[in-house]
Design a protein around this ligand. Sequence first.
Ligand code: PMP
Length: 363
Amino acid sequence: MTRPYNFAPGPATLPEEVLAQAAAEMLDWRGSGMSVMEMSHRGKEFVSICAQAEADLRELLAVPANFKILFMQGGALAENAIVPLNLSRGGTMDFVVTGSWSQKSQKEARKYGSVNIAASNEGDQHTSMPSPSSWRLSRDATYVHLCSNETVHGVEFHELPDLKALGSDAPLVIDFSSHVLSRSIDWSRVGLAFGGAQKNIGPAGVTLVIVRDDLLGHALPHCPTAFDYQVVADNGSMYNTPPTYGIYIAGLVFQWLKRQGGVAAIEQINIAKAELLYGCLDESGWYVNRVAPNCRSRMNVPFFLPDDRLYEPFLAEAKARGLLSLKGHKSVGGLRASIYNAMPIEGVRALVAFLKDFQARHG
Ligand code: PMP
């Protein structure tokens, strides 16, 4: 039986090989007599699983030695509070708003300090990228936050800003939930990166934080101990019980990604997939993607039909063809195809063939 192609924004499709391996290891992980779910997080088996996952991730993303990798919980939305609790020192935080996720982040941060909106693309419904040279950065910001890929609006930073060149000494914080591991990261421009796992990493429940050493140890006094990055780092992500099964699956995904040739190789495939899909939409003269071409996301592709009455048949026919979860986010409407690392190019080809066929019959 071939599995359908799942274009969900997250939780999202996982590599079939990973699911098969997890199934094979479910009852007895490598002769231990235990499922990974049943292991003590402090036992040698799970400690080795976690250490391998961390080492593979460090290698895949070329994370420098002066950054800690933390496996936390609470999702990216909890990080909207945990980051200011650790980094704001009660001062000013700069935010660049490019879509609904960065919008949510700045709203939450207001509970912990003052927020300066350095730039926003709200005026054009989050379809463009405010040029870094136009950002109004504060002189004394404790950090600058942006969402490097807006999952709902389909807007992506194809290059991270060089804050120093823009006159800011503040560390850059990025929410990379929906494109982590899809492309390389220039760590010289980043102080902290965070993301939920449920798109390119593994199951929901794991939150990844990668943080530069000098940003540890500044938590506000009322920061919950379990969310103090210094405490989490000092305890190897095991101050409290970590999401063990999620970390195990993430580790299998990292090994799968290494077998694909790593991030550089998957980035080339992601570029090819995005070109295929955007090319089809643009050439159709019928489907519409409203995002400016210079900031179109390689991961999340929102698009619209010319007639609202066509959405229902579109989704029903797509489902019948084995193309799942193409409904757009409720705040934007329309359709959205999320084409993360685990979506094979054959899935995008199948979607493109369906788009052409549907247009031929309804256009
Ligand atoms: N940020 C981004 C960019 C996201 O895509 C999401 C989830 N779709 C979130 C934050 C929220 O993540 P969570 O539900 O894991 O808190």
